[in-house]
Design a protein around this ligand. Structure first.
Ligand code: AMP
Length: 197
């Protein structure tokens, strides 16, 4: 929704790491172990890929960071990179969702292996089981969307990522958004926060 509305790219470190895993690059092979365990990939790896990505031409008039930064050292490195590139963050969104709701959302998540479209077994099911309603591709589940791994990812979030709420609140950039509301309401709240930022 944000990519279309603002015509800027979504920079998802998770997507970039999953692409590296698929392509079996040396970085992908190393990252896979951490990802399958629900742990974080080392800071220097993700900092390197984001730094490179932000310098590409399509980021010139803005970008959405998704899943990055996830640790204080990553946030510090981002700050330094943005100074070097003469850019600034406008806004940081904290989407707040109950843990049990997150487990339900993530365990039911399926993605088309051909076109990347997302589905949910309960909230947005495909017309035919296991098949993408848009392109007919096969739907797959992320390896780290198993319940035990999801709960580990939540623990990692609380230990390593939650401190960023204070970090960005101190910078005056943070807006907390109720992620338990209807999808359209969550979208509206995010757009309002970005337009105010
Ligand atoms: P995501 O697609 O954002 O849920 O990320 C999936 C997995 O990729 C995470 O559980 C981590 O193992 C890894 N990952 C993605 N982004 C980062 C990041 N900023 N720092 C460290 N690991 C990351």
């Amino acid at each position: 929704m944000l990519v279309e509305k603002f015509s800027i790219p979504q920079i998802s470190t998770g997507d970039m790491l999953r692409a590296a895993v698929r392509e079996q690059t040396p970085m992908g092979l190393k990252a896979k172990e951490c990802m399958d365990a629900g742990a974080l990939v080392p800071d220097e790896v993700v900092i390197g890929i984001v730094r490179e990505r932000l310098q590409q031409a399509d980021c010139a008039s803005g970008f959405i960071l998704d899943g990055f930064p996830r640790t204080v050292p990553q946030a510090d490195a981002l700050k330094q990179t943005l100074v070097e590139l003469g850019k600034e963050l406008d806004s940081v969104i904290s989407l707040e969702v109950d843990i049990e709701a997150l487990v339900e959302r993530l365990t039911g998540r399926r993605t088309c292996s051909a076109c990347g479209k997302g589905f949910h077994l309960k909230f947005d099911p495909p017309a035919a089981d296991g098949t993408c309603s848009a392109c007919g591709g096969t739907l797959v589940q992320r390896d780290d969307d198993q319940e035990a791994t999801i709960r580990n990812r939540m623990d990692v979030y609380h230990q390593q990522t939650a401190p960023l709420e204070d970090y960005y609140a101190q910078d005056g950039l943070l807006t907390a958004i109720d992620g338990m509301a209807e999808i359209s309401s969550v979208q509206q709240q995010i757009v309002s926060a970005l337009q105010a930022g």
